[in-house]
Structures are given as structure tokens and as C-alpha cells.
Design a protein around this ligand. Structure first.
Ligand code: ZN
Length: 499
């Protein structure tokens, strides 16, 4: 090649480049250049954050529709790892969950931020304040998110602020035309031991009932090795420090789950947030008594549950019905406790759930209570993890006395029911029900293992597009409602994420 030809090519390249710049300076080109620059900056930020020493030892993997994260260290490190490894999922869940908090309550997001800042934050233990601040730091490093600690605290309280605090507040402030808000009815669960199980040890299982918007995002398995307290393995939501639905085990041998108390009323603004107590109890309790003590300490009435507990060290199980005005603890080394959102202690029923009718067998909580009785008796002495997995995917409607997946079956499909669930203010065909399931036993808990199934525990799919076409009354959920596909049962064990 002669020099003159080289020069001609060089000039041509410069001209082409100039033409490209000129073209990029106009409309579409400028936007593309901006996008490219933003992406480059985001990549640089991510790369810098990935080398942060706070991420040391943390890891993430995906399996069976779940995202598994291993977090370890002090509270600031655990928080940073959580925020960083799950940054995109936190932003996505925050958008969906906050819309679900503001829409039914007719309160703007500022209302929830204020409640988080003024009422909840001062009573959160320093350890969890550090962890929550760590989540914000990790999230900022990963995505450049604008969310701050008030946003994250309000989001952590998504099960307690909208349906416990807001109705209490509306009543107190005598708000005219306040929306019909009811405490949620989340979950079907049981814990069995002694002559009820195949090996005489404890079996515990749970499916999470919630709206499908939140449920489809409730897909995290957290393995947390904190500097103080017990190692924990639990399912959860991205950005939330407690399991919140709740299913978890710790390496002191505690096995924990719950179902929510239907038509619970009450709130104590001076109490400690439920999400903090629930996390603290799983992290620090080593016995059933220890667990009970932590849940009672500063009880604010938020997200009031019937806790089902097991201690693999002793083979003992318990049910803690945690009302605000009253509570009751039952325990046994030979028996079974089931939950499907009903209270049973006369004092709790009278003082904390004045509107709940335990005799109306058509309602979802009571129909599922009947089904638990039948199913558990039928399998007495044979219950193991495999059977537990089948039971939480059960479709027998005890009121209709036939197989019919709907709002009354242990594996709930309220989107298939023209009745909805009035006691939780779920209208006809409400897109909610059983969204995922978990099960484990004493032997597995000893090795810190559990099984989990993402999507309806029966394995069925929920498809958003045909649902929204058939039910335009739920169009407001359209930006957030996604397909929720059934995945196989998958086993998880504590430790660094598998490569
Ligand atoms: Zn089902």
C-alpha cells in the first residue's frame, strides 16, 4: 500500500467518524450515545463495587426458580451483600410492593416513609439498623438506586403497615370513608412430631398465601451466617431482613413457620416492628421458650401470627398464638399443630379478632382447617417431607367435598373463585393464593437443609395475560403482575452458593 492510499483511507475514516458523530448528535443517535454512556458508567460502578471488601465470602446462584444467596459477617456486611447481590430484584420488588401498599390504603408513599422514620426506626435494634443501612449502601453501589433507608424500612414493614397500622390510624383519626382494610390471611402450614411422623421426629411444612404480584417475587433463599447468633436458612423477599412469610431453620435446631390470624385488629405504636422481632427470634432463639420471649418483647400487634415451632434437639413442637391483647402457647412431644389463618384461643378470639367467626365453615380459613384435620389424621404415623410436600399442594375443597382448586383449598387459587375471600377483603377472582412452598424435617435441619418449590405448590402455572384480559378490574396491577410458573421441588443447604 502506498502512503497516499493510506492517507486517503485515514481521511475517509475521519470523515466517516465525523458523519457518525453528526448523525448521533441528532435525535436517536444522541439517545443511543447517552444510553451507551450510562451503561458504561453503570458497569464501572458495578465493577468497583464488586471489589468492595464487604462482599468477601458472599455468593449468589439460581436454582429451581429460586435465587439463593449466602451472606456472612457483621450487620453492615450482611446488609451490603444483600443489597448488592439482590440489587435489581430489590428495585423490582420495591416498585411492586409499594404500589400494593399505596393503592388499597389510599395513602401516598410519603405516609409510609413517615411511619417508618418516626414510629418504627427508633425501636429497631442497632444491629438491624446497621443491616438496613447496609442494604441501602449495597443497593446504591450496584444499581445507583435512589431509595433511602426510610424507603427500605417502610418496605420491610409491608406486611404490617398497610393492614394493621393504617386501619388503626384511620379509626383513631376518625378518617371519613376510610377504605375497607383487613389483616391478611397468609398461608397453610403444619408441624408434627412423635407418633404422627414416620421417624418420630419433627416434620414442618408451609405454603405462602399472598397476592401473586408479591408472591412471584418471594423467591429468595437466604443463608445467613451472622457474626453473633445462629446460622439461619430461610426463604424471603429481596430487600427484607426477615423471612416474612415465615419459614426458616437455625443451627440451634429451631424450625419455624406461621400462618396469619384472620380479622386481627390492633396496633401498638410504641412496639417494635414485627419484621425485626421475627428476624431476631430466628437469629437468637435456641429454644421454644427463647423464641416466644423475643416475639413477646415489644409486641406491636403487626402481622399477628400463629407461630408453629419445632426444636429438633428435644422433638418438641409448639403453637404460639400471638395476639396483642392476649396470647397462648401450646406445646407437645407427640402431636401436630396446623395453621390456615384461624385463631383458636377463646381469649385471643374475643379480644384480638372480634369479627372472626370460627363457625362459618364456608370461609377459606375454616374450610382449610377442616381439610388439615382430615388430611393429617389420614396420614398419621406416615408423615415425612415427601408427604408434607404433597399435602401443601392439596386441592380438596372441604366445604364442597370435592377436588376443586379455589380459595378454600390448602393450595390456594383464589383467581379461580367467583367468591374471593371476604374476610381478607379479597374480591371475586382476586389474583392471590398459594405462591410457593417449603418443607423440612429434624434430620435435614441438623444439616441445615430444606426443600422449596417456587410457584403454586401443586406445580400449576398462573398466566398474567389471559387473567388480566378476563378480569379488567385488576388492571391496576398490570405493570407488576407477571406469570408465576410452577417449578419442581428443589433442595437447598447452607453454604457458599453452588457454581
Ligand atoms: Zn394448587
Amino acid at each position: 500500500m502506498t502512503d497516499s492510499i493510506r492517507r486517503a483511507i485515514a481521511v475517509l475514516i475521519v470523515l466517516c467518524g465525523t458523519a457518525a458523530l453528526w448523525w448521533m448528535g441528532n435525535g436517536v443517535g444522541a439517545a443511543a450515545a447517552n444510553d451507551a454512556m450510562t451503561a458504561t458508567m453503570a458497569k464501572a460502578r458495578e465493577n468497583a463495587a464488586a471489589n468492595d471488601p464487604r462482599l468477601k465470602g458472599a455468593s449468589r446462584s439460581e436454582k429451581g426458580g429460586w435465587i439463593y444467596v449466602h451472606l456472612e459477617g457483621g450487620p453492615a456486611e450482611i446488609g451490603y451483600q444483600h443489597g448488592y447481590l439482590l440489587g435489581p430484584e430489590i428495585e423490582d420488588a420495591f416498585a411492586a410492593v409499594s404500589a400494593g401498599m399505596t393503592h388499597p390504603t389510599q395513602r401516598d408513599w410519603g405516609f409510609f416513609r413517615k411511619a417508618a422514620h418516626e414510629m418504627l426506626w427508633p425501636k429497631i435494634d442497632a444491629e438491624y439498623q446497621e443491616e438496613l443501612k447496609g442494604i441501602v449502601a449495597g443497593l446504591h453501589a450496584r444499581t445507583g438506586s435512589k431509595l433511602d433507608v426510610d424507603d427500605i424500612v417502610a418496605f420491610n414493614a409491608f406486611e404490617e403497615l398497610p393492614d394493621y397500622y393504617v386501619p388503626w390510624y384511620n379509626k383513631r383519626q376518625k378518617v371519613a370513608q376510610a377504605p375497607n382494610l383487613k389483616s391478611p390471611g397468609n398461608c397453610s402450614a403444619f408441624v408434627a412430631t412423635g407418633s404422627w411422623t414416620k421417624d418420630g421426629q419433627i416434620v414442618i411444612a408451609h405454603n405462602n398465601w399472598t397476592n401473586y404480584v408479591n408472591g412471584e417475587r418471594w423467591r429468595i433463599v437466604f443463608d445467613i451466617a451472622p457474626k453473633t447468633g445462629q446460622r439461619m436458612l430461610m426463604d424471603g423477599m429481596p430487600g427484607v431482613i426477615a423471612s416474612d412469610d415465615d419459614f426458616g431453620i437455625n443451627d440451634a435446631g429451631l424450625m419455624v413457620t406461621e400462618t396469619t390470624i384472620t380479622q386481627f385488629e390492633g396496633w401498638d405504636p410504641n412496639g417494635k416492628a414485627e419484621f425485626v422481632r421475627a428476624r431476631q427470634a430466628l437469629q437468637y432463639a435456641t429454644t421454644i421458650d427463647g423464641y416466644t420471649k423475643i416475639m413477646l418483647d415489644g409486641n406491636n400487634g403487626g402481622y399477628a401470627n400463629d407461630w408453629l415451632l419445632g426444636d429438633r434437639k428435644t422433638g418438641e413442637i409448639a403453637q404460639l398464638e400471638l395476639g396483642l391483647k392476649a396470647y397462648k402457647l401450646w406445646r407437645t412431644k407427640d402431636g401436630v399443630f396446623a395453621g390456615s389463618n384461624w385463631a383458636r384461643d377463646p381469649k385471643v378470639l374475643k379480644e384480638d379478632t372480634p369479627q372472626f367467626d370460627p363457625k362459618n365453615m364456608q370461609t377459606s380459613p375454616n374450610a382449610r382447617r377442616t381439610r388439615w384435620d382430615e388430611l393429617l389424621k389420614e396420614h398419621k404415623g406416615k408423615i415425612d417431607v415427601e408427604l408434607a410436600q404433597k399435602m401443601i399442594g392439596d386441592h380438596e375443597d372441604s366445604f364442597e367435598k370435592k377436588e376443586d382448586p379455589d380459595e378454600r383449598t390448602l393450595c390456594g387459587h383464589t383467581d379461580a373463585s367467583s367468591r374471593g375471600v371476604d374476610v381478607w377483603a379479597w374480591g371475586p377472582y382476586f389474583p392471590g393464593g398459594a405462591v410457593q412452598g417449603k418443607a423440612t424435617d429434624s434430620a435435614m435441619t441438623k444439616d441445615m437443609r430444606l426443600t422449596a418449590r417456587m410457584g403454586h405448590p401443586c406445580g400449576g402455572d398462573f398466566l398474567a395475560k389471559p387473567f388480566l384480559a378476563a378480569h379488567p378490574e385488576y388492571a391496576w396491577q398490570e405493570p407488576y403482575l407477571r406469570d408465576m410458573l410452577g417449578h419442581p421441588w428443589t433442595e437447598f443447604h447452607s453454604g457458599p452458593a453452588e457454581k
